[in-house]
Design a protein around this ligand. Structure first.
Ligand code: FMN
Length: 335
């Protein structure tokens, strides 16, 4: 790498990788082969431990070892630190963190809640923690808790989208002196190059990596991503209680996108909102898993972001990473 290499960013240095691309954690799409393929190509695959255990049938340590058979390069772990989930869930996440540290994982992506306990433990082992944020308020809190970087989730993201566009979010976080990673809306190499040009230190992509050979999601789900336009992505509150980006399907149209009156009332209350979200999470996990593994049916519920607009084929995950990296180098050569 040279000093002017566009791929040499704060993210690649922190993670020890070559290309500033994270394959974001995805319940239920983060299978070991996908995580490994992205890391092997020079990006960083992030493991979703619940997906590994409940969808792909591997307890975390076994799953990490399976990935290690496929690549020796760095990988990361997603730790969802939401405090409203049960104590049993909290203990499980805590155990996941210990196992990952024992198995040599040093990059952590935290989401929801307060990441302080993850930071404290990861830092004692030389690890780094990047936290998902959708606005400044949460970024400040995460930095107070000691995180090393921010994953800036914008309004185009798959999964739980934020309220702001990528430029606004970056401007809002402009004075915070930590690496900032764009999450949402990157489906092709042009969007990747633009994200780096805007000033982001890398990108986290989800949807693009579902439409790959290595992802074990059903072929109909991948094809729905390839066929969809940005306008086909809708936000629904009916799955997890907070806006979730999914592809418009007849099932979704039947279900509607707004939470019912009781749920809405509960989601507004300070205490009841946590209970409601926990209830939603429990009921949605199975529905999402079933829909991702099963072909077109009357219950298609497929998460994807507006990045679908840039995705025109199913291909190898490593080819995505290499193609995006080559485009960034080429753009830097032209500049
Ligand atoms: C199917 C799906 C599942 C996701 N699950 C998780 C998750 O379990 N944990 C998490 O932190 N982010 C999750 N995300 C968010 C992704 O890690 C990533 O930030 C997002 O997909 C970026 O937007 P993009 O899909 O436009 O690339 C999920 C996204 C998708 C599409």
């Amino acid at each position: 790498m040279t000093a002017t290499d566009p791929l040499d960013t704060l993210l690649t240095r922190a993670a020890g990788v070559e290309v500033p691309i994270l394959c974001g954690a995805m319940y239920p799409c983060s299978n070991p082969e996908l995580v490994a393929a992205v890391s092997e190509a020079g990006g960083l695959g992030i493991v979703q431990p619940l997906s590994l255990e409940y969808v792909h049938g591997l307890e975390l340590r076994a799953g990490l070892r399976r990935i290690r058979e496929l690549t020796k390069r760095p990988i990361g772990l997603n730790v969802i630190v939401e405090s409203s989930l049960s104590r049993v869930y909290g203990q499980r996440m805590s155990r996941y963190l210990d196992v990952a540290l024992e198995e040599g994982v040093r990059f952590f992506v935290t989401a929801l809640g307060n990441p302080r306990w993850v930071v404290e433990r990861a830092h004692t082992q030389g690890g780094v923690v990047y936290h998902d944020v959708v606005e400044r308020r949460w970024a400040r809190k995460a930095l107070d808790a000691g995180v090393d970087g921010l994953i800036c989730v914008n309004d185009r993201a798959g999964g739980h989208a934020g309220p702001k566009d990528p430029e606004t979010l970056l401007r809002e976080l402009g004075d915070l002196e930590v690496p900032r990673i764009l999450a949402g809306g990157v489906g092709d190499e042009k969007a990747f190059v633009e994200a780096l040009a805007l000033g982001y230190d890398g990108v986290q992509m989800g949807t693009r990596f579902i439409a790959t050979d290595e992802c074990t999601a059903h072929a109909d789900y991948k094809q729905a991503i390839v066929s969809a336009a940005a306008e086909d992505i809708v936000l629904t509150e009916r799955v997890t209680g907070v806006p979730l980006a999914v592809i418009r399907t007849p099932y979704l149209e039947r279900m509607g996108t707004r939470a019912g009156p009781l749920a809405r009332w509960m989601l507004r209350g300070r205490r009841t909102k946590h209970l409601m979200r926990a209830l939603y999470t429990l009921s949605s996990a199975r529905r999402l898993r079933r829909a991702s593994l099963r072909g077109g049916s009357s219950r298609d519920l497929w998460q994807a972001g507006r990045s679908v607009a840039g995705i025109d084929r199913v291909e190898a995950a490593g080819d995505v990473v290499r193609r995006f990296a080559a485009a960034a180098r080429e753009a830097a050569g032209r500049a």
